[in-house]
Design a protein around this ligand. Structure first.
Ligand SMILES: Nc1ncnc2c1ncn2[C@@H]1O[C@H](COP(=O)(O)OP(=O)(O)OP(=O)(O)O)[C@@H](O)[C@H]1O
Ligand SMILES: [Mg+2]
Length: 243
């Protein structure tokens, strides 16, 4: 049984539809990478899964439970935890306070083992615990954002373009961390626009374009360099690689 199973999900904003009958499954322990260009609907899909954006139609099951109508708190309680695009942290709160907010929202305490894992994973945060998150670098803020999600003890971690705006060296470090998170057995739904590092950790890929899943399959299919010209899925992302 899939951990997450979305069937025929449609949604939008006001009268504007942005997703058309999206089918998507994430298996236990798997990393599914959703690729797609700007405006494809990747964030909207993530919001629909975490429950922030209601689905207009379709159904969503998590661990065999129908969560189509469940609110975001209930979904978070079941283990669907999203890291928002743009690594949002509370700038005036310290790193420690940012992490504690996650536990407050989930109404439980992170286990000592989780805390230890997180500070090993993001070692630089150890010496920054008392520093206001707004003073950290972009890479460090991304660590805080992911650490906060891990404190909520996810079963499905949704990462929305985590590498956006990070220098290549930081992206490498970030992806090492994502790999280690996956190795602990957490399923990951990874949204990216640039494919390089993402395809090294992914098990499976789904391509979203203009609100529809247009391709998908095991990652091997997408590692073919002909498909990955220019770091984008050129065959699909029409326009980006023209000429
Ligand atoms: N809050 C909103 N209100 C109205 N329209 C929105 C809102 N958020 C997104 N949209 C529109 O929905 C469509 C899908 O946007 P979405 O943010 O889901 O795409 P995306 O694939 O995440 O893009 P990006 O790679 O730029 O993050 C776009 O046309 C966008 O303009
Ligand atoms: Mg987005």
């Amino acid at each position: 049984m899939s951990l997450l199973s979305a069937e025929g999900i449609s949604t939008g904003y006001g009268g504007m539809r942005v997703l058309w009958e999206v089918d998507l499954a994430v298996e236990p322990g798997e990393l599914l990478c959703v690729l797609g260009p700007n405006g494809a609907g990747k964030t909207s899909l993530a919001m629909c899964i975490s429950g922030v954006l209601p689905a207009w139609s379709g159904s969503l099951a998590f661990d065999g439970l129908d969560v189509t109508r469940a609110n975001p708190e209930r979904r978070a309680g079941l283990g669907i935890i999203q890291v928002l695009q743009g690594r949002r942290v509370f700038p005036d709160l310290s790193v420690d306070e940012n992490l504690r907010v996650a536990r407050f929202a989930a109404r439980t305490r992170a286990s000592a083992a989780t805390e230890q894992f997180v500070f090993e994973l993001f070692e630089p945060l150890t010496r920054l615990r008392g520093v206001p998150a707004g003073r950290l670098s972009g890479g460090e803020q991304q660590m805080v954002a992911i650490a906060r999600a891990l404190f909520a003890e996810p079963r499905l971690l949704i990462l929305d373009e985590p590498s956006l705006g990070l220098a290549p060296l930081l992206v490498q470090g970030l992806y090492r961390a994502i790999r280690r998170i996956k190795e602990t057995g957490v399923s990951v739904l990874l949204i990216e626009q640039v494919v390089g590092a993402a395809l090294e950790v992914a098990d499976r890929v789904a391509v979203l374009e203009a609100g529809r899943i247009v391709d998908g399959g095991p990652v091997e299919k997408f590692r073919d360099s002909a498909v990955l010209a220019h770091g984008y899925l050129g065959g699909h992302f029409g326009g980006a690689n023209d000429g």
